[in-house]
Design a binder for this molecule. Structure first.
Ligand code: PEP
Ligand code: MN
Length: 353
């Protein structure tokens, strides 16, 4: 059982990036509450900022504002904690749910410190993915909290840092939360489109994607005056805009209804047999790679022949349109096939006989 179970899907968490003043927190909470769509109020009290001299949060005083706004609206409240002192202050103030920020999840020392501070409580904790795309680190944080007896844990997917961000502030790499879900099927995952996109105009498309991937909820930042927010202004929206966006979300059922179950099963069967063929072909292909490896060994030539490989990959890339595949996908597949082929050839090259 998770505290999130009492809400329908999607669980809606919203509120300002940062608590800035008592009025701002209360106003946001009341405006969100008036939409009738919100379940949980968020606000950052201590803000992990990339550069110094940015607004670093109001600190302990903000806890009172948040708890009070929760009381006024009947909403549960959540904030980020980044060390044991934060945990102590947040619990004393009556914060319902804690979250671990992306810059904290990367650091096992800090995660352990926070876990130790929570030992003996059963406070729900939401764990953001680490800033770097490392599934083990994310899983490790869950394990540290479990080891001190916490049971009500959920995940927040907020994307991963890259040096050059093209479209999004943090790349979503959806395969990572999907892999988390595979390892921990009982764990609920909330998507945080605000920190993925860094851009209010892109919130809806990422929210929709999260819903189509069957995420359990959304955490989106809302502020009464987004352009003048003290942190993350480009990605915040007014509660009214948030409500309009949420109305535009298309929610699809996760259940397969009986009238189409047979057709879906039939198509899945055909997909399965195509996959069988793909794997048979891959396996056959690797046998040929080993034959080439044998020849290279006998003639003492290197495994990697760059010119040849360039030709092979370029001709595939040029034909990606014809196959109705993206060049990125073709590149990934060919790189994977090539790596596996090199592995087979290396095995032949270095075998004793
Ligand atoms: C936040 O939610 O305001 C925040 C700082 O997020 P993250 O840890 O994902 O950067
Ligand atoms: Mn933020």
């Amino acid at each position: 059982m998770s505290w999130l179970d009492v809400y329908g899907r999607p669980v809606q968490i919203s509120g300002p990036c940062s608590a800035e003043s008592e009025e701002q927190v209360l106003q946001t909470a009341l405006d969100l509450k008036a939409t009738g769509k919100i379940h949980v109020l968020r606000a950052g009290i201590w803000k992990p900022r990339t550069r110094p001299n940015s607004f670093e949060g109001v600190g302990e005083i903000g806890l009172k504002w948040l708890v009070n706004a929760g009381k006024e609206t009947g909403l549960k409240v959540t904030t980020e904690v980044a060390n044991a002192k934060h945990v102590e202050m947040a619990l004393k103030a009556g914060i319902d749910v804690l979250w671990i920020g992306a810059r904290t999840t990367v650091n096992p020392f800090t995660v352990q410190e926070i876990a130790d501070a929570l030992r003996g409580t059963d406070v729900p904790v939401m764990i953001k993915n680490p800033v770097n795309p490392d599934l083990s680190l994310w899983l490790g944080a869950f394990e540290r909290f479990e080891a001190v007896g916490l049971t009500d844990l959920s995940g927040i997917h907020r994307g991963f840092s890259v040096y050059n961000h093209v479209k999004y502030r943090n790349v979503p790499s959806w395969e990572i939360p999907i892999a988390l879900k595979e390892r921990r099927s009982h764990t609920k995952i909330i998507c945080d489109p605000s920190h993925i996109t860094g851009n209010r105009d892109l919130l809806l498309e990422v929210s929709q994607k999260a819903m189509d991937l069957n995420f359990d909820g959304l955490m989106i930042e809302a502020h009464p005056d987004p352009d003048n927010a003290l942190s993350d202004s480009a990605q915040q929206v007014t509660p009214q805009r948030w409500s309009e966006m949420m109305d535009q979300l298309i929610l699809r059922s996760h259940e397969v209804s009986t009238d189409i179950a047979e057709t879906i099963d039939d198509i899945r069967g055909r997909l399965g047999s195509l996959d069988d063929q793909l794997f048979d072909l891959l396996s056959e292909r690797m046998l040929l790679s080993e034959e080439v490896g044998q020849l290279k060994r006998e003639n003492n030539i290197t495994i990697l022949q760059e010119e040849h490989w360039k030709k092979v990959i370029n001709s595939r890339l040029e034909n990606s349109d014809y196959y109705n595949l993206t060049t990125q996908f073709v590149r990934k597949i060919m790189d994977a096939v090539h790596q596996e082929s090199i592995r087979h050839q290396t095995k032949v090259m270095n075998s004793k006989k």
